[in-house]
Design a protein around this ligand. Structure first.
Ligand code: ADP
Length: 442
């Protein structure tokens, strides 16, 4: 391959040789003129090539690198190689950048890149949701203009980012964010945001639960402690009074025991422990037994009836279903004054099997109904405790029904009575071999 200068020299040598050929006819002057003319031609060729190069440089693409010959062929060949190398490294860089951007976009946390003046350079979709940002118009904007929470603005300007900050964005108060600023690149910052609304709710429930349990256990403990002190202070305790105190203490001890037992049942249900395989449970037979128990507990104070309108069995856990159904029945007895009616029915309705307990008791104000299945929620605390309630019965019922894909429906009117219904979907129903026609089609 000839070098850059040798090609130029050859071109000049050819021009000189051609002009010398004119010497015999036109003498030295003609030769000189011919050489000048050839030089001008070479110059014109180079100017034209420069023009092509200039035009290409305005929009340099790999496909349109100019082509030529001689000296310019070498120049263009070099150019083509340079452009190709640059194009490849650009491609590598942009695919690396694309990968980083897609990773940032896919992050479950919000990410905002801030420049040295706290203006937004980039943000991912989660951050857009958290802070209500719009990438089309908010890029380049100062973050403190868009996230105006005073705590956040103070955190941003305090320059101490060792700990995260929790705050509720003013545009959506139900959202609780944990944000942390991470300086990088000597001037820039990453703003990372995480939605901790659910976590906070769980912590609140846990705090309330601990407070409730302590409260529930403290009352009977105080009573027992009080009686014990009284007994200790008595110099000559009267046996009849002692027996009475003992009975009262036993009542309180039993109450604590019931609370602890219910709590253990709830915790087992919530942790999904002891989940034996589901089997067909003979509900009509089970209800006969619950009905007999109800009559014993009521001791003829109520008029109780049982109506088995269907023979469906339910796929599930017998002990759990027994516990849920008897909870509903025992509530009806406890919240229905003497002489009231309690009606137990096992029936089908809209392809579901329904166990309903209807009473003519004290009823419930509608505002309480959505909260009845919360742990320790009671409409009338005194009445619940007096009748041996723990405030956990319906929470247990809800969990058991949930495990059986069933729902609890409550209708009630103060002073008129209540109706609690456990409704089982078709895929939970089974029937004795004797009456296959009754199998519900899901
Ligand atoms: P408790 O042990 O207090 O009965 P539950 O969880 O079983 O706890 O019930 C929660 C609350 O729902 C009760 O305190 C009571 O106020 C109300 N409740 C439940 N069943 C009935 C009912 N059949 N009639 C009236 N109120 C009821």
């Amino acid at each position: 391959m000839l070098g850059f200068y040798s090609r130029t020299l050859i071109a000049l040598a050819v021009a000189l040789a051609l002009s010398l050929m004119a010497w015999p006819w036109h003498g030295p002057l003609g030769t000189a003129l011919a050489f000048i003319a050839l030089l001008l031609l070479i110059l014109a060729f180079h100017v034209r090539q420069l023009g092509k190069l200039h035009a290409w440089l305005k929009n340099p693409t790999m496909e349109q690198v100019p082509e030529s010959f001689g000296t310019w062929e070498a120049v263009y060949h070099r150019l083509y190689q340079m452009v190709r190398t640059q194009f490849r490294s650009q491609q590598k860089l942009s695919s690396a950048l694309d990968r980083f951007i897609s990773a940032g976009e896919a992050m479950p946390d919000g990410v905002v890149v801030l420049n040295e003046k706290d203006r937004i350079e980039w943000c991912n979709p989660v951050a857009m949701r958290h802070f209500g940002l719009d990438r089309r118009q908010d890029i380049g904007q100062q973050i403190s203009y868009l996230v105006r929470n005073p705590d956040f603005v103070e955190y941003l300007h305090a320059l101490d980012y060792a700990h995260p900050l929790n705050f509720r964005p003013s545009r959506s108060q139900e959202l609780l964010l944990s944000v942390q600023l991470v300086p990088f690149d000597s001037t820039r910052k990453l703003l990372i945001s995480r939605d901790i609304t659910q976590l906070e709710k769980v912590q609140t429930v846990l705090r309330d639960f601990v407070a409730n349990v302590s409260h529930e256990l403290r009352t009977p403990l105080t009573v027992i402690g009080g009686f014990l002190e009284t007994l200790l202070d008595l110099e000559h305790p009267d046996p009849a009074a002692t027996t009475r105190y003992m009975r009262l203490m036993l009542d309180q001890a039993k109450r604590m025991q019931r609370i602890v037992e219910d709590l253990l049942i709830l915790s087992r249900l919530e942790n999904g422990q002891n989940q034996s395989r589901d089997e067909p449970v003979n509900i009509p037979q089970m209800l006969q037994s619950i009905f007999a128990d109800a009559q014993t507990i009521s001791a003829d104070r109520h008029h109780i009836t049982l109506d088995l309108a269907t023979e469906f069995h339910v796929l599930g856990n017998r002990d759990e279903l027994y516990s849920a159904f008897s909870n509903l029945v025992s509530n009806a007895i406890r919240y229905t004054p003497e002489g009231g009616d309690i009606r137990l029915v096992w029936k089908t309705e809209n392809r579901r099997a329904v166990f309903s307990v209807t009473d003519t008791g004290i009823g419930i104000d509608p505002q309480h109904i959505p909260r009845l299945t919360e742990r320790f929620y009671r409409v009338d605390k005194g009445r619940s405790r007096d009748t041996g309630g723990t405030g956990l019965g319906l929470a247990i019922v809800k969990h058991i029904l949930l495990r059986h894909h069933a729902t609890l429906e409550i209708q009630s009117q103060p002073g008129m009575g209540s109706c609690f219904q456990a409704c089982f979907p078709p895929d939970r129903l089974a029937v004795q071999a004797a009456s296959p026609a009754m199998i519900a089609k899901p």
